[in-house]
Design a protein around this ligand. Sequence first.
Ligand SMILES: [Zn+2]
Length: 378
Amino acid sequence: MLPLLLALASLALAQDPPGPPGVPDMPVGPAPHVRTTAEHPHADFLREAARQAEPSAEAAAWRSGEAAEPYHLEAEVLAAAAALVERWPGRVTPERVGRSSQGRSIWGFRVSDPGVPVQRKLLVFANIHAMEWISTEVALAFLEELAASPPPGVEVMVLPMLNVDGRQRVEGDLFAGEERFRRSNARGVDLNRNFAVHTEPRAVWRHILPGRYQVPPEPLSEPEAQAIDRLGAQGWDAAVSLHAFGGFHYLPWAGDWERAPDWPALHALGLLMQSGQGAGAYKPMQLSRWGFFFRGHGMEIDHLYGRYGIPSVLVELTRSGIERPADLSTPFRMYNPRRPARHVELGVGALRAVAWEMSQSVQTGQPLPWFDLSPAAP
Ligand SMILES: [Zn+2]
């Protein structure tokens, strides 16, 4: 009898009820190598930024050498943005808005004051063209300013680098000391001719240049342009695309001589940006009227305005060539002045005026002068 009782007792011990479901079998007390804090909500972005932070030997040599430029490399842009994400939790939110044709992340950063409901939205993107690094400097400086003091009631989405593959190639050229003109993405497509409003009049060119005519890719064939299209569908009270060079605030249409249906409102937005700049301010102008021969087909401002009704501005930063004709002799310098600070201040001034006008309208309840346009696709 005793052996049976002992056997039953050991069985009972063996079947000791387990702990509550979901609790792993762990020793009591914190294990020394297990992180007990929850993972950072933006760990994905921070990991990617950290992965890039270790500069390559080439990058380090270039940065410490005489050929270094006062412009951020891609890794440095991400590191600066990561510092903002960590410093201002809840204010600066990274978001992978897409991937380039070579699979690189395209990062955007939403900034808002978390204590005030968002009622107005501004989209700012830069570096659609590979070499126009001054545009990234403006976007990053604006992002830093917004993070420190976000305009109440406004969400601003800033994309410092859209054409990350093209930018990467420019970095390679700089490290190698080679002067190359770069504009397109990795597949050789000019992203700012890849949108779907006022597209290229293909049939005409096919007849004018028989044999030499190359069929351009379908509109929105490129993932970078698709990323902007997806963002556009979210609806914005204004969108600004930063380029170089020229010193103008260009407005739709780019692909048609006609005035846009909302021209007075668009012009008001351009004038506001001019007013935010002070000395050396850029004037607003309809892009297609830059020259009687010029039409920009498939451009971002026509797309965002024509398809989604977003008042959109293409800013050509700097007056390279006009101010320093010698700068036109090297492709990188053509777009990116030796001393960017003044140009960054001009660009940020224009963006600041828009963001704070939006905030003002939230506080006063007054409509924006350019607010609430309806889609006007041709
Ligand atoms: Zn450009």
